[in-house]
Ligand binder design. Sequence first.
Ligand SMILES: Nc1nc2c(ncn2[C@@H]2O[C@H](COP(=O)(O)OP(=O)(O)OP(=O)(O)O)[C@@H](O)[C@H]2O)c(=O)[nH]1
Ligand SMILES: [Mg+2]
Length: 342
Amino acid sequence: MAEPGEFTQRAFLNNKIDLVQAEAIADLIDATSAQAVRCAQRSLQGDFSAAINKLVAELIDLRMQIEAILDFPEEALELADANRYMEKLAKARTGLKHLFSLSQQGNILREGAHIVLVGLPNVGKSSLLNRLSGEDIALVSEIAGTTRDVIRQAINIHGVPLHIIDTAGLRDSQDIVENMGMARTKLAIQKADMVLLMVDAQQQEREMYQKILDLIPENIPKIFVINKIDLLKQEARVEVQNENSYIYLSAKNDQGIELLRNKILQLINWRGEEGVFMARERHLLALQQASQALERAAIEVGRIEFFAEELRLAQEALSKITGKFSSDDLLGEIFSRFCIGK
Ligand SMILES: Nc1nc2c(ncn2[C@@H]2O[C@H](COP(=O)(O)OP(=O)(O)OP(=O)(O)O)[C@@H](O)[C@H]2O)c(=O)[nH]1
Ligand SMILES: [Mg+2]
């Protein structure tokens, strides 16, 4: 019997593909939108690897020159040479930055951000979930406290995958089950990538909202959604105040939903699919390590041994991505996630 990912692993071990391409096969199988398919295909064709290899080649070229100086310490480093090395280093850093930004976009496509809907009972959270997903997933009623449990739904906005999490409305309640639901709401907030704080346009009770706001950690992006504008006969719109975004919409009448969609994409830093590679957390981490090493190298040009060492570390970090230097543990983890026989 074939093991999970066995055929892909054999292709990798026999140098037919590198590690990024092997991962791209898994990502292609798991892709949930046309965008994700195209990005995985780009990585599978070797575009991501080629970009990494080009950077590695630049670093090797620079290292060869530096290491040669280390071998002949009697020849002092000329200023003109030092300037040339700095130029090459700057070029590598720019290339790395660009690659990181493309990979970050790819990571959004792979993982999908978790967006949690919170607010008082009855403001229309479940109605918004249904509207965003285009399906009747959550129960909607005029009874406050309709949603008891956390409801998750995978959706996509213009091809970008997202997980929307509808929660039990927060209020002071004596109901045991409702309180259990609220405890889950609080847990969901802690794990969110973004929070949509929903308010009823007719009744914006400040005190209770402050309590909900206090539950949301500082560093999590939020959007204030003011729902039911149809009841006040208002127009859908976006307002920005003190760097906070307020979206006025009607979940029931389908007004302003597109404004919300665009704002969500903006807050997760989605900048379009152009040239994006499918990237994993592991790739981002390695790119970051390489970038930190080059940053330190820039400070060390005067001390050539340290400069050389930082370049070596940067090269090693990049090579980990394509699998030139990888531990067996990492390979085991990557291939075990494939389905059997792939
Ligand atoms: N007029 C109007 N009514 C809305 C709108 N959105 C939701 N409603 C109504 O508001 C009531 C509550 O909606 P839900 O979506 O169940 O509210 P919820 O926030 O999920 O409530 P809980 O689950 O109890 O926390 C329902 O009667 C909806 O039809 C809107 O945009 N305009
Ligand atoms: Mg609800």
